[in-house]
Design a protein around this ligand. Structure first.
Ligand SMILES: Cc1cc2nc3c(=O)[nH]c(=O)nc-3n(C[C@H](O)[C@H](O)[C@H](O)COP(=O)(O)OP(=O)(O)OC[C@H]3O[C@@H](n4cnc5c(N)ncnc54)[C@H](O)[C@@H]3O)c2cc1C
Length: 464
């Protein structure tokens, strides 16, 4: 089929990956058959103001790789930076102690709310490009893709399917575009539910929690029940162990304006029934302030939290990222949603965008460009997913070695060469552009060890 005039590029999904791709494609002055660039997003416009506490989705940490992607668009980083908070520390609170797992203060991550990031990327797109070259549609959900006729059908849009010369599935872990890939031969696909569920609470930042750090707390709960509905016991002191049947994790991300976005997570079999059955703001306030005394919960924030449904995420594996016909491609979570333990999901997604836009720019033939993208990015993204899964030990007996190693590394790293003591996985992932596949190679022994001990711990049950 010849390229249709005016069919251009269709990007499904206006998350960070889809929107950054629109920027990079348009900045590179694309070949005429890639124009116009049309973005279709199922949700509403992220610039629509929402009542305080309502717009607070979870925060992501944009580290070296994400920043590298955004900085490739002239002046874009300056705008994004204004909406987030720089952070170079991760503080683990355990009992009365706070262990600062320091990172390099010269290379902070930017903590930014998902919606604020999308809003900035859209505003900048619309201010830079004319309607002839760019169209961003909200409240428009992709329902179906037809690779044969090169068309996409949307609800909320006209009944006529939209044609494309290049189709990009940037529609997240539950991608509708990917559904059409799954029907193709030679496309191996696997999805797995991630072993945790979360809700987000937005509160004013307590002064004792520094605005430069992400603060992580783990508390055991007296309302947690196991799979058999059995109560798991009374309140215990917070502990640093992991995968306890009774643990709730609180990760606190400072936000601009002295706020704090608190991600509250729990694992399967530990459903905090008391927390989830709370119906009044007063009860929630008492509950949170009992277990997380520094947090003070305004009534409006409590109400938003109570009405929010718990979210669970999933991991996605695709053996390749382009379709057999060579006109459609997957980027970001649609191609490789991964555990958020290392904070690399968004960062790796923005690197997909860098690679894809380079391939499209450098390789004349579209099919070959997409093949090259798949070849480069599957290796990297599969490595990123492996790192996210096995960088952190789950077995309790391995944890002290992990924490000791992290605490001693900065001092030892100054005297020992990297060939003897390599920088930690977290630092290599978040502070450098070292390919993920290279990080796997450098830390192969540790990763294999954690893979084995994590699997053993999982088979023995949550208290091992
Ligand atoms: C709790 C949590 C914390 C995280 N923290 C970090 C972190 O610190 N650092 C990090 O790098 N990553 C983090 N991540 C991962 C990160 O959020 C994702 O990897 C990132 O958002 C992927 O971007 P994306 O653009 O590919 O997909 P998404 O952000 O999921 O965007 C996809 C877009 O497509 C839209 N869409 C979906 N279906 C359709 C459809 N059928 N039609 C049209 N539009 C559609 C969606 O509404 C959405 O706007 C975290 C994830 C979670 C859950």
């Amino acid at each position: 089929m010849a390229d249709a005039a005016g069919a251009g590029t269709v990007i499904v999904g206006a998350g960070p990956a889809g929107l950054l791709l629109a920027h990079l494609l348009l900045q590179a002055k694309p070949k005429p058959h890639f124009l116009p660039v049309r973005v279709f997003e199922a949700r509403n416009d992220p610039r629509t103001p929402l009542p305080l506490y309502k717009e607070r989705q979870y925060c992501v940490g944009l580290s070296a790789r994400g920043q590298d992607g955004i900085k490739r668009v002239d002046g874009l980083w300056d705008e994004v930076e204004k909406r987030g908070m720089p952070s170079s520390q991760f503080v683990l609170h355990t009992g009365n102690r706070a262990i600062a797992l320091k990172r390099n203060p010269g290379k902070p991550s930017l903590l930014i709310n998902q919606r604020a990031l999308a809003a900035t990327l859209v505003s900048e797109l619309e201010s830079r490009y004319s309607k002839d070259d760019l169209e961003v549609n909200f409240n428009t959900r992709c329902e179906r893709v037809d690779f044969k006729s090169r068309t996409v059908s949307f609800n909320g849009k006209s009944e006529n399917p939209v044609s494309y010369n290049l189709l990009v599935g940037a529609d997240g872990a539950r991608s509708a575009v990917r559904n059409e890939f799954i029907t193709q031969r030679g496309f191996d696909y696997k999805q797995t539910n991630m072993p945790y569920t979360f809700k987000v609470l937005y509160v004013p930042r307590p002064p004792e929690l520094s605005e430069e750090a992400v603060h992580a707390f783990r508390v055991t709960k007296d309302d947690a029940v196991d799979e058999n509905g059995k109560q798991s016991g009374g309140f215990k002191l917070p502990f640093t162990g992991t995968a306890s049947k009774t643990s709730l994790r609180f990760s606190c991300f400072p936000t601009p304006g002295d706020g704090m976005s608190v991600l509250i997570e729990w694992s399967p079999g530990t459903t905090p029934t008391e927390l989830l059955s709370i119906k009044s703001a007063g009860e929630l306030k008492t509950y949170i302030e009992k277990y997380m005394p520094p947090l003070k919960v305004p009534v409006e924030a409590a109400e938003v939290f109570i009405n929010q449904r718990p979210t669970s995420s999933m991991k996605v594996y695709c053996s390749k990222f382009h379709d057999a016909g060579g006109k459609a491609v997957l980027i970001g979570d649609a191609a490789h949603a991964m555990s958020n333990a290392l904070g690399q999901g968004c960062n790796s997604s923005l690197q997909d965008v860098v690679t894809l836009s380079q391939c499209l720019h450098e390789v004349e033939d579209l099919t070959k460009a997409l093949e090259r993208y798949t070849e480069k990015q599957t290796r990297e993204d599969h490595a990123a997913a492996y790192l996210s899964e096995f960088a952190f030990p789950q077995a309790k007996w391995v944890l002290p070695f992990f924490y000791l190693g992290n605490i001693a590394q900065p001092a030892l790293g100054k005297v020992l060469p990297p060939s003897i003591l390599a920088p930690p996985i977290q630092s290599l992932c978040s502070e450098t552009l070292t390919p993920y596949s290279e990080i796997v190679r450098i830390h192969k022994r540790w990763l294999s060890f954690v893979e084995i001990t994590n699997k053993m711990a999982a088979s023995k049950g949550p208290d091992s």
